[in-house]
Write a protein of this length. Structure first.
Length: 353
């Protein structure tokens, strides 16, 4: 049974501890700088709690590590884990920049270790269905894709690490945008990117005390904290094969409901189109049959995304080949993110006036 060390006992650490257990691995360590949090998780899912990643890095019995800590720590901890001879399930975003991702990939190659990135949307019911439909060729040649996620007011943990650029690397784009980019690209078979244009917007979170919210995942706001990241991003990505991807992601925006659906993934081909909601249970296939336009509802088979992702990781450890999201794909996603940040013009700071 593979021995797993989990670094980070926060929201995602809990998901991975449960997934590791359900996929048939042994959780050996749960490390968190908050020992209490590590202990709470170890109590539930097994393993021993500790308050430092070093304990896990120095344990030769650990086969693989899961890194689920704030984004800034992904790069240094990933490098340390690989150098310590551990295989790695590394949470998204892979790192803060593409050059950090490149470095992680170089070390993985040199050490012969595998790196899988936590792009878990590939394992949702609709994520799997979409890939199957595209791979079966039911859409024909796909010329365009859309990836949209609109949250009316959902800046996470306002004022804390998710909204602090030096720790998170950015806001909605690097947090949830990366999931959408990977889901679109993996469904399309990772076509080569030709160019990227885009703009990020920092409109709502920066109001801090004036920010009215509907939900606040990642904990209650720290009104005296920092928010120097974007809460929305819009981008257009062209691939060398002539296909395009329109990305539209927001933690916050003035979105009328239901005029704009909360989430929409769409793939449009010359033989058919497919749309679905990110957390949905079906896709709609749109095509022509016998001279008429038809819409077909495709039910998505049930899935356990985190468990299935972990099972894939365990298989990859055995076969030494990553079948899920690999480090090179994580780097491609990060390059797109880097480009969008680089492309973005400074915004007129209306809220700061
Ligand atoms: N794949 C997904 O769907 C998904 C969902 C949520 C979060 N994430 C990613 O997981 C990571 C963590 O997010 P979260 O929501 O769990 O955050 P969180 O704030 O809930 O948890 C982070 C934990 O890391 C701990 N920590 C901080 N520094 C540490 C260190 N040096 N060593 C050990 N532990 C340390 C903190 O004490 C905290 O318990 C982020 O990169 C985030 O992008 C991915």
């Amino acid at each position: 049974m593979k021995q797993i060390g989990i670094i980070g006992a926060g929201a995602i650490g809990q998901k991975h501890a449960e997934a590791a257990r359900d996929a048939g691995a042994a959780v050996r360590w749960i490390a968190d700088t908050s020992f209490a949090r590590a202990a709470e998780l170890a109590e539930k899912f097994g393993g021993a709690p500790c308050d430092s990643a070093d304990t896990v890095l120095n344990d030769d019995a650990v086969d693989a590590m899961v890194i689920g800590v704030p984004n800034r720590l992904h790069h240094p901890l990933a490098i340390a884990a690989l150098k310590a001879g551990k295989d790695l399930l590394l949470e998204k975003p892979m790192a803060l920049t593409a050059s950090q991702c490149e470095e992680i990939n170089d070390v993985a190659t040199r050490t012969g270790r595998i790196v899988q990135i936590g792009f878990v949307h590939r394992y949702t019911a609709v994520g799997k269905l979409a890939k199957q439909v595209v791979d079966e060729g039911r859409l024909g040649h796909i010329y365009h894709a859309k990836a949209h996620l609109h949250i009316r007011r959902g800046v996470p943990g306002l004022g804390k690490w998710f909204t602090t650029k030096s720790v998170a690397g950015g806001g909605a784009l690097i947090d949830v945008g990366v999931h959408l980019i990977d889901l679109a690209l993996s469904t399309l078979g990772y076509p080569e990117v030709a160019d990227v244009s885009g703009q990020v917007y920092s409109t709502f979170g920066r109001r801090m005390r004036g920010y009215v919210y509907e939900n606040m995942w990642a904990g209650p706001p720290d009104w005296d904290g920092v928010c120097d990241v974007e809460d929305a991003a819009h981008a257009f990505i062209r691939f060398r094969n002539g296909a395009t991807l329109e990305l539209d992601v927001a933690w916050a925006g003035n979105f009328p409901e239901p005029a704009i659906p909360a989430s929409l993934m769409g793939f449009f081909g010359d033989a058919g189109g497919m749309t679905f909601e990110l957390f949905g249970d079906h896709a709609t296939l749109t095509s022509e049959r016998d001279g008429a336009l038809v819409d077909e509802r495709l039910e998505a088979p049930a899935a356990e995304p985190f468990r299935d992702q972990f099972a894939d990781f365990l298989r990859s450890i055995e076969t030494r080949e990553v079948t899920g999201a690999n480090g090179c794909q994580g780097e491609v996603v990060q390059r797109i993110v880097d480009e969008i940040y680089l492309n973005s013009l400074p915004q007129q700071a209306a809220v700061e006036a």
